[in-house]
Design a protein around this ligand. Structure first.
Ligand SMILES: [Zn+2]
Length: 257
């Protein structure tokens, strides 16, 4: 283990056991998955987790938590402790996730980068219609080109958000109301645009817990699950061990804007 990782884990342990554990928050935790089982050329971080581990995670989550759909009624469901499952990017191997989640009756939201639809390692239009047909799946966009939105002009952002919405709607024949920000990147223009374009709910990559008091439907907090997350670490992420990282993030966001 690298020293950085060791330090991160020590801080997480201290933060959770001496502070977070003693706060009584009721609300929803959203998990982010990406690929399952595929060896991706650009994956140096571990965004592709093995099929075995994914199955193990879903079995564990189904047994231990109440998993709810991240849909239009999300805000009304924050008075109990719940969990949401999301997938970013739209990898081909998410068909396996559909199979597993269908088997266990686990609702999930899939955010698709529309520019990569049909490319190697990514879902094609026919696959996407399978997800759209399933009652457990909610579909959303994840940009057209997976560009960091905060780096783009207002016009270019509008283009990304509109085009991706239109493309996905054309494929599934239904309105698309959900979006997640590529790389978690957004700024004040993005927030302005999503309402204007007709998105109802947007997911960010800010780490944290969504409660009735803090919920922001234009930047829902989520936490990423990666290949090295065994059941113990998955549980720690849900419990809030890593929520201290939000303090660091906040400073970064403020610095950027
Ligand atoms: Zn992404």
């Amino acid at each position: 283990m690298s020293f950085k990782k060791y330090l991160k884990e020590q801080l997480a342990f201290l933060y959770y056991n001496f502070y977070h554990k003693h706060t009584t928050q009721i609300g929803n935790r959203i998990l982010i998955y990406h690929a399952i089982g595929s060896k991706l050329a650009h994956d140096s971080y571990g965004i592709s987790i093995t099929k075995e581990r994914f199955l193990e995670h879903m079995q564990f989550l189904k047994e231990q938590y109440t998993i709810i759909a991240l849909d239009e009624h999300y805000e009304d469901k924050l008075d109990t402790n719940t969990l949401c499952i999301t997938f970013d990017d739209g990898y081909k191997d998410n068909l396996y996730a559909l199979e597993v989640c269908q088997m266990y009756g686990i609702p999930f939201t899939l955010y698709i980068t529309t520019g990569t639809i049909g490319q190697k390692d990514y879902l094609n239009a026919q696959d996407i219609r399978l997800f759209a047909k399933s009652s457990i799946c909610t579909l959303g966009t994840h940009g057209a080109t997976h560009t960091r939105l905060a780096m783009l002009s207002y016009e270019k952002q509008e283009d990304e958000l509109r085009k991706s919405k239109q493309t996905l709607e054309d494929i599934i024949g239904k309105k698309v109301l959900h979006v997640s920000y590529p790389h978690g990147s957004y700024n004040a223009d993005t927030i302005d645009l999503i309402g204007k374009i007709g998105y109802n709910i947007a997911s960010s990559s800010h780490i944290g817990f969504n409660t009735k008091e803090n919920v922001d439907l234009r930047r829902l907090k989520r936490i990423e699950i990666i290949a090295s997350d065994d059941i113990q670490n998955l549980e720690r992420k849900i419990l809030g061990y890593y929520d201290y990282l939000a303090f660091k993030e906040k400073n970064l966001t403020e610095h950027k804007s």
